[in-house]
Design a protein around this ligand. Structure first.
Ligand SMILES: NC(=O)C1=CN([C@@H]2O[C@H](COP(=O)(O)OP(=O)(O)OC[C@H]3O[C@@H](n4cnc5c(N)ncnc54)[C@H](OP(=O)(O)O)[C@@H]3O)[C@@H](O)[C@H]2O)C=CC1
Ligand SMILES: N[C@@H](CC=O)C(=O)O
Length: 801
């Protein structure tokens, strides 16, 4: 028994310099007789076609011809006869400025004839007794030039007769792709023809194995050029390989598999340039269930056939597909709706216009009677197929796609239940591959994060994410990729994601607007998108809807979006629902403390929350804890709070009570109250002359505050301390609650009086808990705790993606 080894054009391109081909053949020859099938060298076929086109246009082609000769040159072999024929054909074509498919085939066949002679000579020169066979004499075809159909009976006979004569030869070399008609006119077998030749020869000689040497390591779970995490597949069965070939794996062709199935001849895809790799085996042996690979058909179009009047009529589909079949137009994905007679199907885009014409002709009478309304073409599509996917678990990749804003135009599954094809917008196919691949292959899913705001909280968050990235990838199979970082004037991008040295990448000023984040994500087909707002800006929440509409979930430490008008609050949530996106903001109240989620849950579960009160501001807690008991000027205490990262970017937001009021409002809205910021009674602790200053002016004049706060301190009794508190009460079943912030004096031994550091305390009163409130207490401000809280929200979203 022999083995068939096939070498593609790219494997032969480095023939003169690379010894791999010789070594591979010599190694296999030690244990088996071999039949070597070769394609034309390098891009010879393309060059020949270009020469034909030049000749047809009567353009000079001498340089091109020289390039071809150089590519096919081998010192010990005389290719004169082939190049003479090529030149004669080109001259003829130039003269009449046209050529037929028959002429094209004769010309292209020279590529394989030359390469098979070159390889034979090369082997002989290295002491391997190779015999050249002219395969045009073996592969017998019809006269469908450029894509001839093999006459299997004649070919089997020709192959067996020839190989009987060559029974004593251990090494035979022949060209793939070429054949001849019964009248001995040269034909070619169309795309992937060399593989078909090799498969046929393997079948008719009952070879033990077909080894297909290519320029890649095998078949991958997705094209590695598009999905970097794609993995080589060890083993496929014939039907999986067939599905893969039909739905776009360019390395395989369905026609190649069929001749192998009959005699169960295994096929192995190997890499000439990496002989160490075991490649991908395709055989009759069963493989474990599950998805094997993702493929893409790009050069396709969707034909939409609309005909309400045909509803219920028998034979419409038959008319459609018969008409197309008669014109040799092949259809792949088909999907049909019955209530409104609509049929969508996919054809090669080069055939879409004629498919439409053919159907318009076939249904001309039905157009006249208005039974058929419209036949349209959508060229802007691609077909992504999930080979090995059954309907049982299809919901997972499907919902991952929808969450990423990719809604398939149509989809269908194979009868075997092991392949699902999705027709999607062409521009989305790479993103779709990333999303499905991440979802299915259990390899890490990538969550792509844009961080706006790299100040006190933002920069700590970036460091925290980068420091924990590897651990999260290992434990949760989630890759957190920060692809954009922005401040108030610049947006910086990183193709491979920011890393520990992220601060160094901010040397050159950028001028990008925040919209560039959306554009970048689109251009780079990024999936699982999250926008993080770590600013205190009012302008950014107004942009949230843009981001949401473009597939981003939002996480925010910024309280503004939740405290603008109730109208804005409601609209934002409606848009989130419409786009199936989420907005998390646990740090809006109590920084890293688990408050908002708990309040939400209590409320959702029907628990009647009657009152929430406490010290809501970490900054004001810190300031009054210290100022009440220590003999320090107020300005010094405030400055310490700023330096510790407790205050808002403008500390007057804390001192004015606005930040506490915002927190009260956020909690009120969680309880379905429709309060506005103006409804809140707020005690402002800033003397009026400081209220209209710029931040810089205010910070420069902090000592001017001291008298005002000393006066407040003077009024304290010896057992009293100051505390700034917030309270949310009233009938919380009504639309609006009563919200109030104020500075109070409390006994230093009371629960509030004993607060220390930047601790906040929240007392949550509910009907079930009566007058013993649920108490949540802990650091209510600070960059580290806040960033940790934002990080928690990111992980909550990432796990759901
Ligand atoms: N500190 C804390 O303990 C807590 C803070 N928060 C919230 O965290 C948020 C961030 O606070 P913090 O880190 O202290 O603030 P910082 O002032 O330190 O940082 C703010 C960042 O946002 C950027 N920024 C401002 N405006 C815009 C804009 N329009 N577009 C893009 N970027 C902008 C700033 O850029 P540039 O440098 O160019 O000005 C800066 O990088 C605030 O909303 C705060 O309320 C929430 C809970 C606790
Ligand atoms: N400045 C705020 C920070 C958290 O929201 C506070 O001190 O509470």
């Amino acid at each position: 028994m022999s083995k068939v080894l096939k070498f593609g054009g790219k494997s032969l391109a480095s023939l003169h310099t690379n010894k791999n081909l010789l070594n591979i053949i010599a190694n296999y020859l030690e244990t088996s007789s071999l039949i070597i099938v070769v394609s034309a060298i390098g891009n010879t076929t393309d060059l020949l076609l270009e020469l034909l086109e030049k000749a047809k246009a009567n353009k000079p082609y001498a340089d091109h011809l020289q390039e071809l000769k150089a590519l096919n040159f081998y010192p010990q072999i005389n290719t004169e006869e082939h190049f003479k024929l090529i030149e004669n054909i080109l001259q003829g074509v130039s003269l009449i400025q046209d050529y037929s498919p028959k002429v094209q085939d004769l010309l292209l066949a020279q590529g394989e004839l030359i390469s098979s002679k070159v390889v034979t000579q090369l082997l002989l020169n290295h002491g391997l007794k190779a015999t050249f066979v002219n395969s045009t004499q073996l592969i017998k075809t019809d006269a469908y030039f450029t894509a001839a159909n093999v006459n299997e009976t004649l070919t089997e006979l020709a192959v067996q007769t020839e190989f009987e004569k060559l029974a004593d030869k251990k090494l035979i070399v022949l060209g793939g792709f070429i054949g001849s008609t019964a009248e001995n006119e040269v034909t070619t077998l169309g795309r992937n023809g060399s593989n078909l030749t090799a498969a046929l020869i393997a079948n008719y000689t009952q070879a033990e194995e077909f080894l297909n040497f290519t320029h890649v390591d095998g078949i991958y779970t997705a094209n590695p050029e598009w999905v970097a995490s794609a993995k080589r597949i060890e083993h496929l069965n014939y039907s999986e390989a067939n599905e893969l070939a039909t739905f776009g794996a360019s390395i395989l062709h369905a026609k190649t598999i069929v001749p192998l199935i009959e005699k169960k001849i295994p096929l192995r895809i190997l890499n000439t340039l990496n002989p160490e790799s075991t490649g991908t085996l395709i055989s009759a042996e069963p493989t474990p269930n599950g998805v094997k690979s993702l493929t893409v058909l790009q050069n396709v179009a969707l034909i939409n056939f609309h005909g309400k009047g045909l509803f219920g009529k028998v034979g419409v589909d038959a008319r459609i597909f018969n008409a197309l079949a008669k014109n040799n137009i092949s259809v792949s994905v088909i999907s049909q709706g019955s209530s409104e007679r609509g049929l969508g199907f996919v054809v090669n885009d080069s055939e879409a216009a004629s498919a439409k014409e053919i159907l318009e002709y076939e249904f001309q009478q039905d157009f006249y009677t208005k039974d058929v309304e419209n036949i349209s073409i959508n060229n802007n599509i691609a077909v992504v197929s999930i080979i090995g996917q059954d309907l049982k678990s299809f919901h997972k990749p499907y919902s991952a796609l929808v969450k990423n804003g990719i809604v398939p135009i149509l989809f269908n599954n194979s009868v075997s239940g092991k392949n699902i094809s999705l027709v999607i917008e062409k521009a989305q196919f790479k993103k779709a591959l990333h999303v499905i691949h991440g979802q299915i292959f259990g390899v890490n899913k990538t969550v792509n994060i844009a961080i706006v705001g790299k100040g006190t909280v933002g920069s700590v968050l970036i460091d925290q994410i980068i420091a924990s990235k590897n651990q999260i990838a290992e434990r949760k199979n989630i890759d957190l990729n920060i692809f954009a970082i922005a401040n108030s004037h610049s947006v910086y991008f990183s193709t491979n994601g920011f890393n520990t040295d992220w601060q160094d990448q901010f040397q050159t000023p950028q001028t990008n607007s925040l919209s560039s984040i959306i554009e970048y994500a689109k251009e780079h087909h990024l999936e699982n998108l999250i926008l993080i707002d770590n600013t205190a800006a009012e302008s950014l929440p107004n942009r949230y809807n843009d981001f949401i509409n473009n597939g981003f979930d939002i996480v925010s430490s910024n309280k503004i979006a939740n405290t603008l008008s109730f109208e804005f609050y409601k609209n934002l949530r409606e848009n989130l629902k419409k786009n199936q996106k989420q907005y998390l903001y646990e740090t809006n109240v109590g920084a890293g403390l688990p408050l908002i989620d708990n309040i939400k849950l209590l409320h959702l579960s029907g628990e009647n929350i009657t009152k929430i009160k406490g010290v809501f501001s970490g900054t004001l807690s810190y300031i009054f804890n210290l100022f009440s008991v220590e003999n320090k000027p107020f300005s010094e205490v405030l400055r310490a709070a700023i330096e510790k990262g407790f205050t808002e970017p403008d500390p007057r937001d804390d001192l004015s009570g606005t930040d506490v009021a915002r927190k009260l409002l956020i909690l009120a809205r969680e309880l379905d109250l429709e309060n506005e910021l103006q409804d809140i009674s707020i005690q402002n602790l800033i003397p009026s002359e400081f209220q209209s200053l710029t931040v810089q002016e205010f910070l420069a004049q902090l000592s001017g505050l001291n008298n005002h706060y000393d006066d407040l301190k003077q009024q304290l009794k010896s057992n009293e301390v100051l505390r700034y508190v917030g309270e949310l009460s009233g009938d919380l079943q009504q639309q609006k609650g009563v919200l109030e912030t104020k500075l109070i004096k409390v006994d230093k031994n009371s629960a509030l009086g004993q607060l220390s550091g930047s601790d906040s305390i929240f007392e949550i009163y509910t009907e079930s808990y009566g007058d013993r409130p649920i108490i949540i207490q802990g650091a209510g401000a600070g960059a580290h705790v806040t960033a940790r809280g934002v990080f928690g929200d990111i992980l909550r979203l990432a796990e759901k993606k």
